[in-house]
Design a protein around this ligand. Structure first.
Ligand SMILES: Nc1ncnc2c1ncn2[C@@H]1O[C@H](COP(=O)(O)OP(=O)(O)OP(=O)(O)O)[C@@H](O)[C@H]1O
Ligand SMILES: [Mg+2]
Length: 805
């Protein structure tokens, strides 16, 4: 079997390099002669691989097999005629009579070329279609009887239309596909015979051998053209589809090329400006940092996406900076950095004791927490909330806890925060957007499990910009805070390993939902004695060191510290005490720097000299020397306070005036106290005229007038002050009192007993008048904090009067 796939034009150019034209002198002549004669009854059969030859066309063939060469040689020396028949099975090299199809083409060998490799090329002019009959011989090559199969043509309009259609479609195809030579177009338009046309086209198409054979076997020309139309239409569609795909691919490539080109240009410009390298270096650095940051999957995706955008932007673009800042935030966050907890309880105890005097209850709670952690490392930690007056050690306790655990410590203040976005950040679309305070603090902590103190929870506000408390709620809720979402980052960050500690001076303004999530630990304040201890053990050594002094240069006598506590500070905590100690240290440091030699011992006297005018007095003695003044005890967010209730009378008709910025509730207690005293005039003050109250106006004032005060607990003090005024007997200077009164003279319990007791102690009070029902609160105050105080419990105003007057 032979192939016909070498280029046709090579043959027509009469050989090329290495081709020797052996035969073909006057081919036209030979063919003309042959065509006029009927074909022989039997012809040698050349089986074709993967090709079909047609009448009216030239078929080029490469002949290499010895059997076929022999055949060609015999044909050339004889009638020059053979039959070309497609093989059913192109795999078989030396076919038996079963292989060739039943229909083939009779043809004349028009030309032969010898190729230097020993094979030959022939060009066969197809003359007519033949049906293969019996095979006469099989050796040395196949020879078969053949029978002509002429076309069936019936001229009709349909045939014309089909012809035209085939012509047009094929022309269209030629224009679109490169493998068909252009001469073919000319040939197709010139051929008028429908049958010849169909053969020409069928020979040129690259369709399957089966289809080619099918076309050959269709004797009816109209049918053949119809079938051809179908095939051509399909081919055209395939070509069009292909070219569509092609053009899409092309436009993709064009786009890519355009971008590439522009980027190259940009690079060149940037290089000129000296920017490109910097940008690339920056991007490389960011990429490396992203790699190292060990981001969770979501964050990693986001980082890669943003980095991709960054690469495509010129550094001068405004967005460039925005994205770079964002990426820097991403990589700086401690996504997977943790510190290992030190759960050694003895160690923790040591650290806490080293930093803080007493505060046993708080320390115990912290050690319990550690113990639980140790037994169950996965238990969500409690959220502690330290509540107490300023300077009692809330913040510094937080620091100690971090130190004991071996964690980082971060502190944020939410005091004055009104805007949710301060906590949660602004979306990146805002100019100058930043993460909120939580994420910022975590970046500073550089670990994702710091001790995180949220200060001034009670001073957080709310307004139209959203409620920061709801954001805090999410932060502090162990059920939600493993997926805290900051607006700026727009990614979830796991806060569940953070140990939160909140602080507040009072719990009242803290939303109940927030209170519920926390374990509240109260710190009430210190007694004078405790302050003395704290000063000696912690504050003095710290201030000596901070001011660059040595212990060999300065020491404080107890009397000095006591003087500072009594005369220069009035506070529940020790912040001002420490400040005054610091101020003394500075003054001594200066004297030493100026050349003073020897150790300085700060006595009470020396302290007073250095600190100047005394700032606070034990006022009650002076204040209460006249009738009508009672010492009350009040609770405030900064601790217990001593306050004075002053009552005076002037000629009038029984009006009551109250001043001193007192609120409605306190005004009503004043009214109740007055009514009770009026109603019990006889018992309060013997010998006073019946009409005393109708001939006098009463004025009650509660200094300091500029500070707002409210609450019912000054009732007892008001009643006592009024009684003292009417009776003309001063109130004992060593007694202070607190309690609500009713019109029937009952004394009702009040809150803040511990703070009030401490305030009384600070003020040098000896006796405290309390509602009987507050006795339980007193027993809870540690012994040393009520040292020197006598508590008098009363059920009625009369009991209180008996004790006070
Ligand atoms: N029990 C204590 N032992 C040793 N030092 C103490 C003690 N209590 C407080 N201090 C010291 O008092 C100073 C003030 O304490 P801190 O700043 O913790 O107060 P705070 O309770 O956080 O007050 P604020 O409510 O104003 O924030 C710190 O220097 C702290 O070390
Ligand atoms: Mg604090």
């Amino acid at each position: 079997m032979e192939r016909g796939d070498f280029p046709e034009h090579r043959l027509e150019q009469d050989g090329g390099p290495g081709l020797e034209v052996v035969e073909g002198a006057d081919v036209e002549q030979a063919i003309r002669e042959r065509q006029d004669q009927p074909i022989p009854a039997a012809l040698p059969v050349l089986a074709l691989k993967e090709m079909v030859a047609y009448p009216d066309t030239l078929t080029p063939l490469a002949v290499g097999r010895p059997r076929s060469m022999r055949l060609v040689n015999d044909v050339l020396s004889g009638e020059r005629m053979l039959a070309l028949v497609a093989s059913r099975n192109p795999e078989v090299d030396d076919p038996s009579p079963d292989e060739p199809y039943d229909v083939g083409v009779a043809g004349i060998v028009a030309r032969m070329l010898k190729v230097p490799d020993g094979t030959i090329r022939i060009l066969v002019q197809g003359t007519e279609r033949v049906r293969m009959g019996d095979y006469v011989t099989e050796e040395p090559y196949l020879v078969a009887r053949v029978e002509p199969m002429p076309d069936v043509v019936e001229p009709s309009a349909e045939l014309d239309a089909l012809t035209h259609n085939v012509q047009r479609t094929f022309t269209e195809i030629i224009e679109k596909i490169p493998y068909l030579p252009e001469e073919l177009q000319l040939a197709v338009t010139n051929v008028e015979d429908p049958s010849a046309l169909s053969h020409l086209i069928a020979g040129a198409l690259r369709i399957s051998t089966e289809e080619k054979q099918e076309l050959l076997e269709l004797v009816d020309v109209a049918k053949r053209l119809r079938r051809m139309s179908e095939i051509l239409a399909r081919e055209l569609e395939v070509i069009q589809l292909g070219s569509k795909i092609q053009s899409q691919v092309q436009s993709e490539i064009d786009k890519g090329q355009r971008e590439y080109y522009l980027r190259e240009q940009l690079k060149a410009i940037q290089q000129e400006l000296g920017e490109g390298d910097e940008q690339q270096a920056e991007i490389n650095e960011l990429r490396e940092r992203i790699e190292q940051a060990n981001l969770p999957e979501d964050a990693r995706k986001q980082a890669d996406r943003e980095l991709g955008r960054l690469e495509r932007l010129p550094p001068a673009a405004a967005e460039y900076g925005v994205i770079r800042t964002y990426l820097e935030w991403l990589v700086e966050l401690p996504w997977s950095v943790t510190t290992d907890d030190n759960l050694d309880i003895a160690h923790a105890r040591d650290v806490l004791d080293a930093d803080h005097y007493d505060l046993e209850r708080v320390k115990d709670r912290i050690l319990e927490y550690l113990a639980v952690r140790k037994l169950n490392p996965d238990s969500p930690g409690p959220i502690l909330c330290f509540v107490g007056p300023p300077g009692v050690g809330k913040t510094s306790l937080g620091r100690s806890i971090a130190k004991a655990l071996g964690r980082e410590f971060e502190r944020i203040s939410v005091g004055g925060v009104r805007d949710e976005s301060e906590i949660r950040g602004h979306r990146r679309t805002y100019i100058g957007a930043m993460p909120g305070t939580i994420i910022r603090a975590l970046r500073d902590a550089a670990t994702r499990n710091p001790v995180f103190m949220i200060d001034e929870l009670d001073k957080m506000g709310a307004d139209f910009r959203g409620d920061p408390a709801s954001a805090m709620l999410e932060v502090l809720d162990p059920a939600q805070n493993d997926s805290f979402r900051d607006h700026y980052l727009d990614l979830e960050f796991d806060l569940s390993d953070v140990m939160f500690i909140a602080t507040a001076n009072t719990l009242d303004p803290v939303p109940p939902a927030l209170q519920d999530r926390m374990e509240v630990i109260q710190l009430a304040g210190y007694t004078v004695d405790e302050k003395l201890h704290i000063a000696k053990r912690y504050l003095v050594p710290r201030q000596i060191e901070r001011n660059g002094l040595q212990r060999s240069q300065i020491s404080f006598a107890d009397a000095a510290v006591k003087a500072i506590i009594d005369e220069y500070t009035r506070e529940a905590g020790v912040r001002n005490l420490e400040r005054e100690i610091g101020s003394i240290c500075r003054k001594i440091a200066r004297q030493i720097a100026e050349g003073q030699k020897g150790k300085v011992t700060i006595s009470g006297k020396r302290a007073r000299e250095l600190l100047g005018k005394r700032r606070y007095f034990a006022e009650q003695r002076r204040r209460t020397k006249d009738p009508g003044v009672a010492t009350g005890l009040a609770w405030t967010p900064v601790g217990g306070e001593v306050l004075f209730v002053e009552a005076t009378a002037m000629p009038g008709d029984g009006k009551l005036t109250t001043t001193g910025q007192i609120g409605d509730v306190m005004r009503e207690s004043a009214q109740a106290a007055l009514s009770w005293v009026r109603g019990h005039l006889k018992r309060v003050a013997l010998g006073v005229e019946e009409d005393w109250f109708t001939s006098h106006d009463i004025h009650i004032h509660v200094p300091a007038g500029a500070v707002p005060k409210d609450g019912p607990s000054a009732g007892v003090a008001m009643a006592v002050a009024l009684a003292s005024l009417v009776a003309g007997r001063p109130v004992s200077s060593d007694v202070a009192m607190t309690g609500e009164v009713t019109l029937t003279g009952q004394v009702l319990p009040i809150g803040g007993v511990k703070e009030k007791a401490l305030a009384a102690q600070r003020a040098g009070i000896k006796r405290v008048i309390l509602p009987a029902r507050n006795e339980g609160d007193v027993t809870e105050i540690p012994e040393h904090q009520r040292e020197g105080l006598e508590f008098i419990y009363c059920e009625t105003i009369e009991d209180a009067l008996a004790a006070a007057l």
